[in-house]
Design a protein around this ligand. Structure first.
Ligand code: HEM
Length: 458
C-alpha cells in the first residue's frame, strides 16, 4: 500500500484519538479498562485507522478491512506478532503461535499436512466418542439448574485435542495434561490482566508456581515423545503426523524440543477458543428461538438421531451458517496484535517502525459500515449466496494470511460434531436472571461463566 506513481496521496500522520487519558497510560487507559465499548465508541470517528498514545506504548488501531488485509496478508513480512507475555513463551517455547521468521516458516510447513482435511477425517471418531462421554456426564446433570456450560465445553474440547494428539491411551497423561494446561492458561491470562507483574525469571511465589506447572507438563509430555521415538507400532494421531513430517527440501524432521513446543501450542491454542465459541453459541440459540428451531430441524432430519458421520456434516448447511454467525458475533480471538519491523505507509498514512498494531476483530465484526444490523443474529448472512458479499477481512475469526489459524478446519469439524450431538439430546436454557458478561482477555471469555439449565429433549 506504499505510494505508487499512480497514487499521489500526500503522506499524513495517523489521526490521534482526541480523548484525554491517564497521566501515564494516556488514552490507552480506556482500552485497558473496557476495550470493547471504547473501540465501539471510537471507531465511527475515524476512517479505519487511528492511534492511541501513552508514555509507555503507542498503538495503531485499524478497522478498515483493506488496511487489515495489507498488514496480515499483502505486506505481512513487515509485521511480526506482538506478544508481551513471558509465561506464554515459557509454556509454548518456539511453537507455531509464538515463533517468527524462517524458524516459524519451516515449522509451519512441517505441521501443515497434519491439519489437512483428509487427515482430519481420522479424528471424527475421537471427536464423537469424547462428545458422547460429555453427554453422559451432562445427562446426569440434566434437569439441573445453573450449570456452567463453559466449564463443560472446556473439559470436552481439551479431551478432544488431547485425544487427537495421542490416540493410544497413555496412563494418566491426559488427566495431568488437562489439569496443568488449564492452570497454565489461567496464569497466562492473569499476566495479561496485570502486565506489571515481575517477569517469570524472578523467584516470587507466583512465578515459582507458574514454573512448577510448566515443569509438570514437561514431565508428562517429554517421556511420551521419547517413548514414541522408540516405538515400532504404527500410530495415526497428531503426534505421529508431526513426528513423521519431513522438510521436502532438506529431509529435516522436528527435534524432541520442537515436538514438545508444538504439542503444548496445539493443546493451548486448540481448546479454549473452541470452547468459548460453543458457549456463546448456546447463549445465542436460547435468545433466538426461531433460528434455534431451524437448527434442531436440520439436525433431526439429517441424522435421525444417529451419531453424525462426515457425510451428515456435509449435508447441514444451516448448522454451518449458525456457527459462522456465532463466530462473527463472539469471535474467541477478539483482537489480533502485530508490530511493524520497518517504516510503512497505509492508506496514505505514515507509520514509523516499531508501532504496536491492534486489529480489533470484534469491532470489525460489528461495524455498522460493514454489516447491516450488526448486533442481530442472522445466520442467513453466511448462506452460499450472501457469504460472497463480505470483504475477506470483514469476517476473519481465524485470522488470515500466512499466520492464519492452522486448526481452523479441525475447529469447525469439532464444533459441528459437538453442536449436532448435544442438540440431539439437550436444550440449554440460559438460567433465569443470568446475563453473561463479556470478559476480553487473550480470548473473549465470559466473566462469570455461562450458566444454563440443561433440559433433556423429548
Ligand atoms: C473456534 C476456534 C478457534 C479460533 C477462533 C482460532 C483463532 C485463531 C486465530 C485468529 C489465529 C491467528 C492469530 C494471529 O494471527 O495472531 C490462530 C492461530 C493458531 N491457531 Fe487457532 N483458533 C481456533 C482453534 C484452533 C484449534 C482447534 C487449533 C489446533 C488444534 C488451533 C491452533 C492454532 C495455532 C497452532 C495457531 C498459530 C498458527 C501460526 O501462527 O502458524 N486453533 N487461531
Amino acid at each position: 500500500m506504499s505510494n505508487t506513481a499512480t497514487a499521489p496521496t500526500p503522506v499524513r500522520s495517523i489521526p490521534p484519538h482526541p480523548k484525554k487519558g491517564h497521566w501515564l497510560f494516556g488514552n490507552v487507559y480506556h482500552l485497558l479498562k473496557d476495550p470493547i465499548t471504547y473501540l465501539r465508541e471510537s471507531s465511527p470517528q475515524f476512517k479505519g485507522i487511528f492511534t492511541l498514545t501513552s508514555r509507555l506504548i503507542n498503538i495503531v488501531v485499524i478497522t478498515e478491512p483493506e488496511y487489515v488485509k495489507y498488514v496480515m496478508l499483502d505486506n505481512n513480512k513487515n509485521y511480526k506478532k506482538w506478544f508481551k507475555n513471558d509465561v506464554l513463551e515459557l509454556i509454548l517455547g518456539k511453537g507455531l503461535l509464538t515463533s517468527e521468521g524462517d524458524f516459524w516458516r519451516k515449522q509451519r510447513r512441517l505441521a501443515q499436512p497434519a491439519f489437512h482435511k483428509e487427515r482430519l477425517v481420522k479424528m471424527v471418531d475421537t471427536m464423537t466418542s469424547c462428545t458422547e462421554q460429555q453427554i453422559i456426564k451432562l445427562g446426569q446433570l440434566s434437569n439441573k439448574k445453573h450449570v456452567d456450560i463453559s466449564t463443560e465445553m472446556m473439559e470436552l474440547t481439551l479431551n478432544i485435542v488431547a485425544g487427537a494428539m495421542f490416540t493410544t491411551h497413555v496412563e494418566g497423561a491426559i488427566e495431568v495434561v488437562s489439569r496443568e494446561i488449564e492452570r497454565t492458561s489461567e496464569m497466562a491470562t492473569a499476566r495479561f490482566n496485570n502486565p506489571f507483574r515481575l517477569p517469570v525469571k524472578y523467584p516470587t511465589p507466583v512465578n515459582l508456581r507458574e514454573r512448577k506447572a510448566v515443569k509438570n507438563l514437561d514431565d508428562v509430555l517429554n517421556p511420551i515423545i521419547r517413548e514414541r521415538r522408540k516405538s515400532t507400532e504404527e500410530h495415526h494421531d497428531l503426534l505421529a503426523m508431526l513426528m513423521e513430517a519431513k522438510d521436502e527440501d532438506t529431509g529435516e524432521q522436528m527435534s524432541d524440543q520442537q515436538l514438545r513446543d508444538e504439542t503444548m501450542t496445539i493443546f493451548l491454542a486448540g481448546h479454549e477458543t473452541t470452547a468459548l465459541a460453543l458457549s456463546w453459541l448456546w447463549y445465542l440459540l436460547d435468545n433466538n428461538p426461531v433460528q434455534a428451531q431451524k437448527l434442531y430441524d436440520e439436525i433431526d432430519q439429517v441424522t435421525q438421531g444417529r451419531t453424525p458421520t462426515l457425510e451428515h456434516l456435509q449435508q447441514m448447511p444451516y448448522t454451518r451458517m449458525v456457527m459462522d454467525e456465532a463466530l462473527r458475533l463472539y469471535p474467541p480471538a477478539w483482537m489480533i496484535m502485530r508490530e511493524n519491523l520497518e517504516d510503512d505507509e497505509i492508506g496514505g498514512y505514515r507509520i514509523p517502525k516499531g508501532y504496536t498494531f491492534m486489529i480489533p476483530v470484534y469491532e470489525i465484526h460489528h461495524d455498522v459500515r460493514l454489516w447491516d444490523e450488526p448486533d442481530a443474529f442472522k445466520p442467513e448472512r453466511f448462506s452460499k449466496e450472501n457469504a460472497k458479499n463480505h470483504h475477506r477481512f470483514a469476517y476473519f475469526p481465524f485470522g488470515g494470511g500466512p499466520r492464519q489459524c492452522i486448526g481452523n478446519n479441525f475447529a469447525l469439524m469439532e464444533m459441528q460434531i459437538i453442536i449436532v450431538m448435544m442438540l440431539q439430546k439437550f436444550r440449554f436454557k440460559v438460567s433465569a436472571g443470568f446475563k453473561p458478561e463479556k470478559y476480553p482477555m487473550v480470548t473473549l471469555r465470559m466473566k462469570h461463566g455461562m450458566m444454563v439449565d440443561v433440559e433433556k429433549r423429548n
